[in-house]
Design a protein around this ligand. Structure first.
Ligand SMILES: Cc1ncc(COP(=O)(O)O)c(C=O)c1O
Length: 407
C-alpha cells in the first residue's frame, strides 16, 4: 500500500476523531522513523511522549517479544511475574506502596479518582467527594478524566458530566484555598501542564498545595502521565517541586510503546481497593509489564543526567531561534512560544515536510523527543526547525504566505 492508498482507506474507515498530519509511518529506529514512501524523519514527538527509549530499542524488543512468546496474557485471576516486578520497581522509584495497572492514562486517572473518593468515604464518611483540579489541565478522555480536565473546550457535547469536580486557577494559592471545603477529598495536578502549553507550576504554588493537603487530609494526586518516567530529567516531575503525592498516575512512556497505565498509592491509600472495587481485563498484562521493566531499568541517575544535558542543549538553541518568544518546560518536555503571526500548527506541518516531526500544545510548539535522542539527531532536528522558523518569520515580515522561501 502506498501513502495515498493508506490515506484513502484511513479516512473511509477510521472515526474522524484525529486530525492526522500528512505522514504515514512504517518503521523506526532510535529517534528516526521512515514513512511508507521511504521519507526519513527525525522525531521530536515520541508518539506524544511514549517512545522514551526511541523506536524499537533492541533490549526492549527482546523483552517484549520474549514475553509474547512465553505468556502473552493470563488475567488478573492469576499471578504473573512481570506484573509484580514492575509494581515493585515503580513503587520503589516513587517511594509509594502499591500499584494498580490499567491500559492508558485516562484509566489511570479514573483509578486515582475512585481511590481518592473511597479513601475519603472509608475514613471520613459520606459527602466528601470533591476533586479539585487546575484550570488549563488535561487528564484524559473518559468521562471522569474529561470532567477533571480544567478546560472549557472539553466540556461540550458529552454532558451531563460528573458531579463533584472543581477547578482552581493554576498558580493561585489563594484561589485554591477558596475552593477547598469540607467536601474536598483530593487535589489533582500536573506539575508541568503538557497539553495546556508545557507550563510548569511555580515552587510557591507547589508548597501551598502540600500545605493545604496536609492541613485537611486531602489527597494529592500527581498526574505524571506526560511528565513522568524520566521525561523532565527526574523520574517523576513532582520531584522538582519537593512534593510527596499520595497517588501518582503514569502511562505513556511506562511501557516504552505498549499500552499500559498505572495508579500508584502511598501509605494512606495503599489498602483502599479490596477485591471487586476496581479492575481491568488487560491491567498488568505481562507483555506490557516486560516492556515497562526494561524502561525502568534503563532510566537510572546517569540516564536522567543525560536528559538534563540534552534539555540544556535544546532549550539554549530554541531560545535563539527566529520567532521564538520564550521557552518553557523541564528536561525533554519543552514548549516554545511564537511571535505574532506565526502559527504553531503551520510550523509543525512545514517541519514534517522538511523531515522533522514536532508537536504543538495550544498555540505553542511542543518538543517531547525520545529520551535517548543523540546530539547529531538533536542538531539535525533543530536545524530544520531553525530553517522553518526563519522562513515563517521572513514571510510574516514580507506579508507573504508561508512557506515562501523553503524549496
Ligand atoms: C497529563 C495527561 N494526563 C492524561 C492523559 C491521557 O492519557 P491517555 O491518552 O493515555 O488516556 C494525557 C494524554 O495526553 C496527559 O498528557
Amino acid at each position: 500500500m502506498d501513502h495515498e492508498g493508506l490515506k484513502e482507506l484511513d479516512s473511509a474507515r477510521i472515526a474522524g476523531s484525529y486530525a492526522r498530519s500528512d505522514v504515514s509511518l512504517e518503521r523506526g529506529r532510535g529517534a528516526v522513523c521512515w514513512s511508507l514512501d521511504g521519507r526519513r524523519y527525525v522525531d521530536f514527538g515520541s508518539g506524544i511522549g511514549v517512545n522514551a527509549l526511541g523506536y524499537c530499542d533492541p533490549e526492549w524488543v527482546r523483552a517484549v517479544a520474549g514475553q509474547a512468546a512465553l505468556l502473552q496474557h493470563s488475567s488478573n485471576l492469576y499471578y504473573t511475574e512481570p506484573c509484580a516486578r514492575l509494581a515493585a520497581a515503580l513503587t520503589e522509584r516513587a517511594g509509594l506502596k502499591k500499584a494498580f495497572f490499567c491500559n492508558s492514562g485516562a484509566e489511570a486517572n479514573e483509578a486515582a479518582i475512585k481511590a481518592a473518593r473511597k479513601y475519603s468515604f472509608d475514613r471520613h464518611g459520606e459527602g466528601r467527594f470533591e476533586i479539585i483540579s487546575l484550570e488549563n489541565s488535561f487528564h484524559g478522555r473518559t468521562m471522569a478524566a474529561i470532567t477533571a480536565t480544567g478546560q472549557e473546550g472539553f466540556h461540550r457535547f458529552f454532558g451531563p458530566f460528573l458531579d463533584g469536580f472543581r477547578y482552581a486557577p493554576a498558580d493561585d494559592a489563594q484561589g485554591l484555598r477558596e475552593l477547598v471545603s469540607e467536601r474536598s477529598c483530593a487535589i489533582m495536578i500536573e506539575t508541568v501542564q503538557g497539553e495546556g502549553g508545557v507550563v510548569p507550576i511555580s515552587a510557591g504554588f507547589a508548597d501551598a498545595i502540600a500545605e493545604i493537603c496536609a492541613e485537611r487530609d486531602i489527597l494529592l494526586i500527581a498526574d505524571e502521565i506526560q511528565s513522568g518516567i524520566g521525561r523532565t530529567g527526574r523520574f517523576f516531575s513532582y520531584e522538582h517541586f519537593g512534593l510527596r503525592p499520595d497517588i501518582v498516575t503514569a502511562a505513556k512512556a511506562l511501557g516504552g510503546g505498549i499500552p499500559i497505565g498505572a495508579a500508584l498509592f502511598g501509605e494512606k491509600c495503599e489498602g483502599v481497593f479490596g477485591p471487586g472495587d476496581h479492575g481491568s481485563t488487560f491491567g498488568g498484562n505481562p507483555v506490557a509489564c516486560a516492556g515497562g521493566l526494561v524502561v525502568l531499568d534503563r532510566i537510572d541517575d546517569a540516564f536522567l543526567g543525560r536528559v538534563r544535558d540534552k534539555s540544556a542543549l535544546i532549550s539554549g538553541r530554541l531560545a535563539a531561534m527566529p520567532g521564538v518568544t520564550d521557552v518553557s518546560g523541564l528536561g525533554l518536555m519543552l514548549g516554545a512560544g511564537l511571535a505574532e503571526g506565526l502559527d504553531a500548527k503551520e510550523i509543525a506541518a512545514a517541519c514534517a515536510r522538511e523531515g522533522l516531526l514536532l508537536l504543538t500544545a495550544k498555540e505553542r510548539l511542543r518538543l517531547l523527543p525520545p529520551l535517548v535522542i543523540n546530539e547529531d539527531e538533536i542538531g539535525e532536528g533543530l536545524d530544520i526547525l531553525d530553517r522553518v522558523l526563519g522562513d515563517a518569520k521572513s514571510c510574516a515580515v514580507k506579508g507573504k504566505e508561508f512557506p515562501c522561501g523553503l524549496k
